[in-house]
Design a protein around this ligand. Sequence first.
Ligand code: ADP
Ligand code: MG
Length: 457
Amino acid sequence: MPPTFAQLGVPESICRALASRGIETPFEIQAATIADALAGRDVSGRAPTGSGKTLAFGIPMVATLDPAHPKRPTGLILAPTRELADQIASELKSFAGDVRIGAVYGGVGYGPQLKQLRRGVDIVVACPGRLEDLIQRRDIDLSDVTYVVIDEADQMADMGFLPVVRRILDLTPDDRQTVMFSATLDGEVAKLAREYQHQPITHEVGDATPDITKAEHRFRRVDKTERLEVTANTVNEAGQAIVFCRTRHGADRVARQLGKHGINAAPIHGGHAQNRRTRSLDNFTKGKVQALVATDVAARGIHVDDVAAVIHFDPPADHKTYIHRSGRTARAGRNGVVVSLVQPDQIDDTRRLQSQLGFDLELSATNEIGPGSQSPTQRSKPANTRRRTNRGTKSNNGSNTGSARGSQSGSGQKTGGGQSKNSRPKRAKGSGQSANASAGSRRRQGGRRGPGNRSAS
Ligand code: ADP
Ligand code: MG
């Protein structure tokens, strides 16, 4: 039996607000992290998309934060994209009572954001670039911040935001609580954690990589000249697809050429300004764009619930990239097809890739493209998608049950609404946090906490 929110120490008013949205039982990552975060610990959390990370970091922040003075928020949430910032703000508002939440990001006017800051917000959900602007303009001051969340830290790293994230963190008090969530916790993210967290507790949930076994994987032998036509046909059959290219230049070119084949395609890569990327993504989500033509780096920022097809126009650099790219389709129990275009001189590499993935596939000829053409059989889940088990290439089916996916109720329904203005959750010290009251109040009463103060509770 998973614990209830109340058993994790979540104040009753928040439990009630969540319950009114049908949120009664914590998801795995929430059950793992909420008590620690409520207790004032720095937390590093890794969990896949859709596993409920927003509430995992949002509930403890709303529950423990002190009210803020105008332009001096006490809580700060950093997020890589504007959509995500909006999404986080509205999810938090649904249970925040009169804890005031505001979002700041670029690509829109300053007016409304300034007005909101002057009136005062307790929690600012911010994209790093605009936040830094506002700091330089002295429209916001971070010296009262006691609680910072870095959401999608790996994506921030991929998008080149870490230098500005560091500058921002350097402007917050040293004894703040720092909570970080990410799809991966290695590399740059691990470094950030080392620099800015104090004795963090790490919680990891689910597979480190997407489960790609649900998709149908096709490998098509094509000549260089046939690739566009095959891609266009595949996009048309599928309805919508993400097409992966190796370079930015290639992505631009393929998008243009798909246009000539009657496909409404948009390139998306790191050479575009954030607002252009956002627009392309929006148009794709709304169905106005049929094909997103992406580089691998930009793809990290693509969170579309489910895509009908993934096309490897250029081969992935390695099997990990294959898994990440392919994981964009066949999500949440839906169907999906993954098509790899293989030119004659890429066949050897492709066979190597297939064997690394544990696939047992044949290359088929171009003219076999079509719906329902013989679908390859896959022996089992690729060995390399399994976390921290490096025993050979043959994976044992069904052994990998750690996924948080199974525990979700479905996809992204948001009911907004929530609390009335008057039902402010008690922000009194330590109240309502049965399991962690002592640690929680220690955090807030103890004034500035150095690393040494952060004993495990
Ligand atoms: P992530 O940030 O991990 O990608 P989100 O925080 O966006 O995931 O959550 C995905 C969806 O699941 C959201 O619509 C959210 O409202 C819903 N959700 C989160 N936690 C729960 C829960 N405990 N019970 C039911 N629904 C939940
Ligand atoms: Mg999220």
